[in-house]
Structures are given as C-alpha cells and as structure tokens.
Design a protein around this ligand. Structure first.
Ligand code: NAD
Length: 251
C-alpha cells in the first residue's frame, strides 16, 4: 500500500478528520503562493506591503498590491483540491476545513463552515466603524493618496478583509479552529509551508492530542518529522486519488 492508500484507509476509520489548507491548495487554480519558487513574496518584503504599517505609510503601493491580488482572484476557479475536499466533507469523511487562504475557493467548491483564520479578500472593512462591504469597494485605481478607498458610511479608510501583518487574528475563527484541532484524530495539512504562526501550531497541537498527522506539501516543512505520512506531490492529484479510492465521483 502506498502512502495515499494508507491515508485513505485511515480517513475511512477517522472519527474526526480535520484539514488545514494553505496557499498551496490554490496554486492549481493559478493563484501564486507566498514562499515557493514562484511565490508572491519572492520579490517583495511582506512587511513592506501586507502590513498595517504599509497601509498607513504607503497606501498607494498597498492598494495597488491588493488590487493585483483581487484581479487574480476574480478569474480563479476551485481546483481538484477544493472540489475533492468538498466531496469528502459532504460524504462525512472530513469534519472541518480550516484555511489560511483568503480566496474563498473552498466555499465556491461547496465546502461548508470553512474556518478562515486569515480573513477573506472577498470583502473589505472600514478601519473606523468596522462595517464590512464587498471587495468591489477597494477594487479601484489608486494613484495618489486622494484615491484611497473610503467607507461609504463614515469616510474612514477601508482595508481588505484579510488579516495583515501586525493585526491579531479573528478570535472566533481561532477558537473554532482550536476546538476542531483538539477533537481531531486525523489532521491533514495541504499546501502550507507551516511558517506562519499561530496556525502552524495547530498540527503539533493535534499530534499532542493523539491525532495522526498527514502533510501533503511539495516542499519539506519543519513538522515533517512528526507526520505519519509526508506526501510531496501535487495536492490536486493526491486529493483526487483519495476521492477515487473512496468510490466518490471525481471532479
Ligand atoms: P506558503 O506560500 O508559505 O506555502 C505554500 C506551500 O504550498 C509551499 O511549501 C509549496 O511548496 C506548497 N505547494 C504549492 N503548490 C502546491 C501543490 N500544488 N501541491 C502541494 N503543495 C503545494 O503558504 P501558507 O503556508 O499558506 O502561508 C501562509 C499565508 O499565505 C497565509 O497568510 C495566506 O493567507 C497566504 N496566501 C493565501 C493565498 C490564497 O488565498 N490563495 C495565496 C497566497 C498567500
């Protein structure tokens, strides 16, 4: 039996399987990840563009960067990772999906109750009144500070609905993610370098609670030594194989 077959067999027996996805789950949809060879952070310093300091000190570059990310998102469709996980969740094999992604593609594929620990780029939020709006309001051409998008209700500065560096994570999402992690008897990481805290502590927390850990990632992670299965293949192929082995229709 190879690792994918073993993992599928384990999934069949699992009482509470939880999946944690990262940017690598969406690269097959054409969205670049952050840290691999073609990642978004190869040529930019994240602190210079995706932080609260950048938003306040250099809003023009900040909004241009997020507009570029939004434009990529608009053409993106769920791939085999998203559709496969949705099938596994609908069939009852997976109990929760925790994602670091901000692209909304799990929901677009049909997953429900997705825990978005880093927020969503599908909406934006006012820094003053904290009202939320669709992301169309920040999809504007910002050439000077006068163009910076403003809240239609109170004129406060808008910010993408994603969690920036220097911001705290949404407490409700983190609490739900921890509760699912603590219940997990199987924890599967898909497409994450596991370099971003505190999310990268969830797999270790699951292992400490007695869960089996599987890591499906093209590159090594610092938690590989704790995983029962490390599968360094394209996640779309692996998830499709699991769906097929379970006798579910492959998308
Ligand atoms: P990361 O870029 O640090 O790591 C992604 C990992 O996925 C890499 O190790 C890479 O080898 C692996 N990978 C890439 N394509 C793969 C594939 N087809 N199959 C298997 N593995 C693959 O991403 P991360 O760990 O999620 O970093 C966290 C941050 O990235 C989060 O804050 C998240 O919000 C942000 N992010 C999200 C998106 C998105 O929403 N699509 C895109 C870029 C970055």
């Amino acid at each position: 039996m190879d690792a994918v077959q073993e993992l599928t067999e384990r999934l069949k027996q699992a009482e509470h399987a939880v999946v944690l996805t990262g940017a690598g789950a969406s690269t097959e949809s054409g969205l670049p990840d952050f840290r691999s060879r073609d990642g978004l952070w190869r040529n930019v310093d994240p602190m210079k563009l995706a932080s609260m300091t950048a938003l306040r000190q250099n809003p023009v570059a900040f909004f241009q960067f997020y507009r570029m990310r939004l434009s990529r998102l608009q053409g993106a469709e769920p791939n085999r990772v998203h559709t496969g996980l949705a099938r596994l969740q609908q069939a009852g094999y997976i109990k929760a999906v925790i994602t670091q992604n901000i692209d909304g593609l799990h929901q677009a594929a049909g997953s429900t109750g997705v825990i978005e620990v880093h927020g969503s780029l599908r909406e934006c939020v006012c820094l003053t009144c904290e009202r939320r709006f669709p992301s169309e309001l920040i999809d504007v051409d910002v050439q000077t500070e006068a163009d910076v998008p403003r809240c239609p209700e109170c004129e406060g500065m808008l910010k993408p609905g994603v969690i920036l560096f220097e911001e705290v994570l949404p407490m409700d999402a983190v609490e739900r993610a921890i509760a699912e992690t603590e219940r997990a008897d199987l924890f599967i990481v898909i497409g994450s370098s596991l370099e971003v805290a505190p999310v990268n502590q969830f797999p270790a927390m699951a292992v400490m609670g007695g869960a089996d850990l599987a890591i499906l990632n093209m590159e090594p992670t610092h938690l590989d030594g704790h995983a029962r299965w490390v599968i360094r293949r394209r996640a779309g192929e692996v998830v499709s194989e699991m769906v097929r082995q379970l006798g579910l229709p492959v998308c």
